[in-house]
Structures are given as C-alpha cells and as structure tokens.
Design a protein around this ligand. Structure first.
Ligand SMILES: CC(C)(COP(=O)(O)OP(=O)(O)OC[C@H]1O[C@@H](n2cnc3c(N)ncnc32)[C@H](O)[C@@H]1OP(=O)(O)O)[C@@H](O)C(=O)NCCC(=O)NCCS
Length: 291
C-alpha cells in the first residue's frame, strides 16, 4: 500500500475542495491541510486550525474505503508535524474519536512518537423538552433580552465571552469578526441569542441558542453560554439555561435540548445534571506534548 500525503495551505485548499465539503468551514488564515490518498481511496483530510491554546487538529475521513485507518493516521501525523516541528512548546489538541474505534486506534498508534499529556473529553449532553416543572421551580426570576446587533452589545458580548471562557482553548479569544461571521450563518436565530443586562444596561451573561432543525432528531442547541465571573453564583446561568431551552421548545417546537461540555467543567456539569441533561456521546482529543 502506498500512501501519498500532501500538505497544502488553507487558501489553496479552499479552491480545491468541492462546496459543502466538511472541512471547508474550518479553513481560514494560517490553517494547514494534510491530504492523504492511496490508490482507489477517497482522500482523507486532517486540518490544523489555530486556537487560543495552540492548534486543534480535526480529521475528515470518507465513511468507507480501503486503507481507511492508515490514511487517517498518515494525514493526522502530517498535520501535527506541520504545526509542531521546529516550534517547541506548542500545544496540539488532536481530535481522534469521531470516525470509529478502528481509526481512533490507528491515529493513536501513529502519534505514539509524541508524548501524550492528557486526554480531553467533550461530552454531548441532551435533555428532553420541555423541562419538567420540578426542575424549573424556584429558578431566579430575571429579565431576559436579546442581543441588539450593531450596538455596543457586540463589544459587551465579546468581553463577557472572553472573561467567562478565559480558560478555554477554542472559545477564549473570540472577536467581533467571529461574532459577525456566526451571525451571518443560515442557522443564526437572533431571537435565540439571549442576554441578561446589569443595572447599567451592559450584558453580564448570555445564552446563545441555535435550532438544529436538520439534525436527526431535530435538536435545540445551547451553542455557548457564559456568565461574567463577577456575576457567577447568583442564579443567572440557571435562569438563562432554562429560558433558552424554553425558547427552543416554544418557538421551534424542539423536543430535545443539546449542548457540548468539557468533562472537567464541574460548575457547568452540575448545572446541566440538575436540569436533567445526560451524556449522549463524547469526543476525545489527545493533548500532545513536546517531542
Ligand atoms: C456554568 C455557568 C454558566 C454557571 O453560571 P452561574 O450563573 O454562575 O450559575 P448559577 O448561579 O445559576 O448556578 C447554577 C448551578 O451551577 C452549579 N454551579 C455554579 N457554580 C458552581 C461552582 N463554582 N462549583 C460547582 N457547581 C457550581 C450549581 O449546580 C448551581 O446550582 P446551585 O446553586 O443550586 O448549587 C458559569 O459558571 C460560567 O459562565 N462558566 C464559564 C463558561 C462556561 O463554562 N459555560 C458553559 C460551557 S458548557
């Protein structure tokens, strides 16, 4: 079996991929794409995307085909090499679990020359909607507004998001441009970007919900929720979570609430567990150390 693995930059990759390709929306400045092919197999892609913590490597593999696992391992290794060689101290989060155990095993084996610092687990949690009255009883009564595009709300959102997620590898340094590009997506629902305001009118907490109507089953996602650390522990997170799920159920008739949470995010996990969320499945990343 001969595998050829090429490395191409994000801009060139954009012009070579077909519209709708799963890695297209990850492409941007500074992104590298490793493409692995062997005779008769659809190409496999590993994409290295810069994050606040270093790099995130994601894999896109065809659902079947010869040499599937070897191609995946080769593409991931090449992408990791591209962002680590000659750059000591760089952190890489390598997502390995999305394509089944055979590929996960091959990718892990292919990276065995690089020290593994830890595993990171991202849990998909789900809850049936509407929430039962037993879990919503006693929730703090707050005034919920929506973000007003084109106003200082946008800077407020970036600031609260940065403060709430200062520890988070991908979320910590979202910019106004990130906000705008998400607001331009077809899935954006302005009525579902809920905010709470402090007495001065500035945003101090938000719950950005997204109806995933094409998902199977259709689901209402809590896309990102954050409370400014100065306002933690006052019931805002719980009240906004409940308000967001209510919006998704009432407006979009969704019967499943969904979100992603880090396995070690204790405050968030306790909040979601108390509302009835349970783990549906998880994604695993290998956090790689210096060679
Ligand atoms: C998770 C978060 C939204 C909670 O917001 P909050 O306003 O501080 O939470 P609340 O005051 O409404 O508390 C709700 C529940 O969360 C849990 N919780 C909150 N802070 C906690 C802490 N420090 N330790 C453990 N559990 C905690 C408790 O279960 C609490 O219920 P209780 O008060 O009945 O015990 C907030 O901590 C936050 O913004 N974190 C950073 C961003 C983030 O992690 N977002 C979620 C990503 S999935």
């Amino acid at each position: 079996m001969a595998i050829r693995t090429d490395l191409i930059d994000g801009d060139r990759a954009r012009s070579t991929l077909t519209p709708g390709h799963p890695v297209l929306e990850l492409l941007g400045p500074g992104v590298s794409l490793a493409v692995a092919r062997s005779n008769g197999a659809d190409p496999t892609y590993a994409i290295a995307v810069p994050t606040a913590a270093g790099w995130s490597v994601e894999l896109s593999a065809p659902p079947a085909g010869p040499d599937r696992a070897e191609l995946a391992a080769s593409a991931v290794h090449r992408a990791v090499d591209a962002v680590t060689l000659g750059r000591p101290g760089v952190s890489v989060h390598c997502w390995v679990s999305d394509h089944g155990p055979e590929i996960e095993h091959a990718v892990r084996a292919g990276l065995s020359d690089i020290p593994l610092v830890r595993e990171r687990h991202l849990l998909q949690l789900r809850v049936p909607l509407p929430l039962s009255s037993s879990v919503t009883r006693g929730v703090t009564d707050i005034a919920v507004d929506t973000l007003r595009p084109g106003t200082t709300d946008e800077e407020d959102w970036v600031a609260v998001n940065a403060a709430a997620f200062a520890w988070h590898p991908e979320e910590a340094n979202r910019t106004i441009d990130d906000l705008h590009s998400r607001m331009a997506q077809p899935w954006f629902d302005g009525d579902g970007l809920l905010v709470h305001r402090d007495p001065s009118g500035s945003i101090d907490a938000f719950n950005w919900t997204v109806p995933r109507l094409d998902a199977d089953p259709p689901m209402g996602e809590i896309y990102v929720i954050g409370v400014h650390p100065d306002a933690h522990g006052r019931g805002l997170g719980r009240a906004l979570t409940v308000a967001g799920l209510r919006h998704l159920h009432r407006r979009h008739r969704l019967e499943v609430g969904m979100l992603w949470a880090e396995s070690d995010n204790e405050p968030a996990r306790r909040l979601y567990a108390s509302l009835g969320f349970t783990e549906h499945h998880r994604r695993t990343a290998l956090v790689l150390g210096e060679r």
